[in-house]
Design a protein. Structure first.
Length: 294
């Protein structure tokens, strides 16, 4: 009977866990809708701004803006966008693994010299790199408590200031790009200096004749900082939507697994109960037979 009690306790425990995972799935589904709306609304604007800026800055010299200056990447900053919470499958693990691969493949010499710094957006990435004694700059975990453009711009402005002052020669951005609730695309892209686009084969077809006022140089000078802020904000919104999608998918799978485990435990419980009843009946029949034999 002790075995039956143990199985009953496990059934109750798994049932409670299933209720929790089901509730977490519903919460993530509600948050996912809001996060998806935010990134879907921003993405066309961010992509068009990036395209417009690439068109305008193609003819400018490197010295036209401090954010276009190409330098030897002696000091590198990697911005890793993760989440504050776990229980989202491999969401955080994958983005950290991608950042580590980027550092190992492109900036191994800088890492050996201690010239790789990390800006972690999200508690999971910050804790990971702090435990491994990386140079982690600042604490940006509160951004998700009030995620908006103004708060994200504060982080971007500090990064831009560091680049202009020469603290970093290159800034890389690693995040999860949202595709749908079940699919997140890991993206690693250069944030600073602003990468120049490759010339298109059919240049006439891609060229747009803009009327510029006051001048091309002044407009680009204002657009480049804004574009950098928008690109980082888009990455954070992408990551936020991806996190809720990954958590919803993980909790859905966990709920399904808990259901399968409950079925197995109930079958095991019924088999053990049946065996105990059969044993008791056998003992009663054997005792009755022994008494009648006397």
């Amino acid at each position: 009977m002790a075995n039956l009690k143990e199985v009953r306790n496990r059934i109750a425990s798994v049932g409670s866990t299933q209720q929790i995972t089901k509730a977490m799935k519903m919460v993530s589904a509600a948050k996912l809708k809001r996060a998806t709306n935010a990134i879907v609304q921003l993405r066309p604007y961010a992509n068009k701004l990036k395209e417009l800026l690439a068109n305008l800055s193609a003819s400018l010299e490197d010295g036209a803006s401090p954010y276009l200056q190409e330098r030897e990447p002696v000091r590198v900053l990697v911005v890793v966008v993760s989440s504050n919470r776990g229980l989202a499958g491999a969401f955080n693990t994958n983005v950290i693994k991608t950042a580590n691969t980027l550092i190992a493949e492109k900036y191994s010499k800088q890492l050996a010299a201690g010239n790789v710094s990390i800006v972690a957006i999200g508690k999971k990435s910050q804790e990971f790199y702090q435990r491994r004694k990386y140079n982690v700059i600042g604490n940006n975990n509160d951004l998700y408590l009030n995620l908006n453009f103004a708060n994200a711009s504060v982080i971007t402005e500090s990064i831009m200031e560091g680049f202009v002052k020469g603290k970093y020669d290159r800034v890389e951005l690693v995040y999860n790009q949202f595709k749908n609730a079940a699919v997140q695309i890991l993206v690693s892209e250069q944030l600073l200096p602003v990468p120049k686009t490759e010339p298109v084969a059919d240049a006439k077809a891609s060229q747009v004749d803009y009327i510029l006022e006051p001048s091309q140089a002044e407009i680009v000078e204002q657009l480049i900082p804004k574009n950098i802020k928008i690109q980082l904000y888009k990455a954070v919104l992408d990551s936020n939507a991806s996190e809720h999608g990954a958590r919803m998918t993980a909790m859905d799978k966990a709920t399904e697994n808990a259901g399968d485990l409950l079925k197995a435990l109930k079958l095991s419980y019924n088999q053990a109960r049946q065996a105990a009843i059969t044993t008791e009946l056998t003992e009663i029949v054997s005792g009755a037979a022994a008494l009648s034999g006397e």
